[in-house]
Design a protein around this ligand. Sequence first.
Ligand code: NAI
Ligand code: 13P
Length: 400
Amino acid sequence: MAPSMESQQQDQQIPLEGAINGNASVNNIIPVALSDDEVPQKSRVTVVGSGNWGSVAAKLIASNTINFNSFHDEVRMWVFEETLPSGEKLSEVINRTNENVKYLPGIKLGQNVVADPDLEHAVKDANMLVFVTPHQFMEGICKRLVGKIRKDAQAISLIKGMEVKREGPCMISTLISEILGINCCVLCGANIANEIAVEKFSEATVGYRENKEIAEKWVRLFNTPYFMVSSVQDVEGVELCGTLKNVVALAAGFVDGLDMGNNTKAAIMRIGLREMKAFSKLLFPSVKDNTFFESCGVADLITTCLGGRNRKCADAFARNGGKRSFDELEAEMLQGQKLQGVSTAKEVYEVLSHRGLLQLFPLFSTVHEICSGRLAPSAIVEYTEHSARLPLLEGSAHLN
Ligand SMILES: NC(=O)C1=CN([C@@H]2O[C@H](COP(=O)(O)OP(=O)(O)OC[C@H]3O[C@@H](n4cnc5c(N)ncnc54)[C@H](O)[C@@H]3O)[C@@H](O)[C@H]2O)C=CC1
Ligand SMILES: O=C(CO)COP(=O)(O)O
């Protein structure tokens, strides 16, 4: 598919950084006509993951790669292969119909999205890797990719979750960076995938470590008129917001399942936000307060507590009096999609228990105890009342 004239013109304005005899300022933009072999290398994008959000991410990206000359049009999307009830392979059906009929039915992904069930093949030419699978699969995926990716590859993680290892908690972006030896930004936000799939307006936050230029490239790859992306220099803050709000969403779902009403749910969200902030600063004192006011913070918390899958399954769990397990409800209600909150609640609990801090995080602790069957769903309110009376948790200094 040919890029638009407008984008070709934009991309041929090459910044002369530290140019020729050093006279040109970094900000000088001088339009020049380039011959084919002078055109800077185009970036190639691969999306590792093809669930509900993975498919929408591929669609968003594909709508931009055909418009910007600095990206190859084609977007590869790695598919964890499965056989559909029709007997066909999911990747083949995606390539034939241009739809992910299992995880995002009814939505065309863009003709430049190519589904690829071979992980190594999918990543081998890409220098921009977008990771978007449920967090529990990432360590295995990264290990399979060691030595198989380009040396100049950059990564971004759209994953909401973390791992807890013997040495302590490990964010997924760190896992990617450490196993693959590459820089990894993150993107999180109030992003219920099905709403973005039909192009309803939303915002998202890219978290980056040092290099703002790399963050800007990711922003350019994702930003569309209906998906407004900004960036903050706070990888851990953005990622922990996205990860921890799933635990609060379970608590909100319990409240819904017990028909406790909006005020109780708002109390859960407020207390949950307070625990999110304290827990984040406990792990990473560098986390910035302002990050909680970005899309990845309070906005994602609200949308997930209103309309997310964690909320939905927790509602059903409470209505069944905790008698049906989350595994059972997930399989029945989500048809292959995965919850992240239940395992995150366990991971958070392990961190707090190891540090002797369970009592200071009653909402987080109680959510895990309900999910694991040690407490009844109604415990969420008793313990939350207790939490409301606790002094304000302020950062790691308060907790040490
Ligand atoms: N769906 C949403 O609205 C949003 C999801 N996210 C996050 O994005 C991440 C990915 O979620 P979704 O794309 O929604 O996935 P999903 O939950 O819709 O689908 C599950 C995916 O896992 C794959 N899978 C199953 N077994 C696997 C295995 N053994 N190894 C590798 N992959 C396997 C399936 O093929 C499928 O692609 C999660 O961390 C989630 O929290 C973030 C924002 C919005
Ligand atoms: O992260 C999400 C919205 O931003 C989706 O949350 P759920 O996984 O609970 O659906």
